[in-house]
Ligand binder design. Structure first.
Ligand SMILES: CC(C)(COP(=O)(O)OP(=O)(O)OC[C@H]1O[C@@H](n2cnc3c(N)ncnc32)[C@H](O)[C@@H]1OP(=O)(O)O)[C@@H](O)C(=O)NCCC(=O)NCCS
Length: 214
């Protein structure tokens, strides 16, 4: 993802979840999991930055997240919450009939429990609802896990950006999912959603105090 090139020196520090709780332990089977998908808000960012620092060599900074959240007409950011604690987040940038996945991440302790798939499914639906026909992203060549998830969603390799991740001298694979509204694509998305165990609950997130809603 492009924007993770920013602010290499930023350290989010340590802290607890946005709800003031530690990350809940995965004690129940995935079939009992209830994941809430809510609009990402400023108050979630402390939790988000903790995850950022764990999963990206060059995490986004707080100001960068804030500026992204302020771009209300061209961005859509969501957070995944379990028992009130942020376990993942994702976002897209909208540009005409194309949308660009800017970030997607899941707390390492929660990976491989379909949190990423829930977030991606929601991003795709959000892009479609905003008029996008195609969806693109960049991913590290070495990130085969993420690429596996993207392929499930119909993303196909379309090119390489040489040395895109300069800090690790790594190329980016550009992937596209075309024709999101086609019968094949919508059937694939519905099948992915139907195959996710547990509950996915779409929820509104009240605005942050002082935020101007569109
Ligand atoms: C990529 C990421 C968001 C996936 O989130 P997740 O919640 O673990 O993904 P899911 O559980 O929904 O996985 C869906 C499928 O993707 C593939 N996949 C995901 N992670 C994988 C891994 N580490 N290794 C192999 N396959 C993987 C699998 O096919 C998986 O299905 P399965 O578990 O039934 O085999 C998560 O690994 C992450 O946050 N990574 C660090 C940040 C990152 O790399 N973001 C992407 C930048 S482009």
């Amino acid at each position: 993802m492009a924007e993770h090139e920013e602010d290499p020196g930023f350290s989010p520090g340590s802290g607890r979840g946005d709800a003031g709780e530690d990350i809940p332990l995965l004690s129940a089977p995935d079939s009992d999991l209830a994941v809430h998908l809510v609009p990402l808000r400023r108050r979630h960012l402390r939790s988000v930055l903790r995850i950022e620092a764990q999963v990206y060599p060059r995490p986004w900074s707080l100001p960068l997240f804030m500026s992204e959240l302020n771009l209300r007409t061209s961005r859509a950011y969501i957070a995944a919450r379990v028992e009130g604690v942020i376990v993942g987040y994702a976002g897209i940038m909208l540009a005409g009939d194309e949308a660009h996945v800017t970030t997607i991440a899941v707390n390492p302790a929660w990976q491989r429990h379909k949190i990423g798939s829930r977030l991606m499914a929601r991003l795709v639906r959000s892009a479609m609802a905003q008029g996008a026909r195609h969806l693109t992203l960049e991913v590290r060549m070495s990130n085969l896990g993420a690429q596996g998830m993207y392929r499930r969603f119909g993303f196909e390799p379309a090119g390489v950006r040489k040395n895109y991740y300069a800090e690790t001298n790594e190329d980016a694979l550009i992937m596209w999912a075309y024709d999101l509204h086609s019968p094949a694509a919508t059937a694939r998305l519905a099948a992915i959603e139907a195959g996710i165990p547990g509950a996915t609950i779409d929820g509104a997130s009240p605005p942050d105090p002082g935020c101007v809603e569109p």
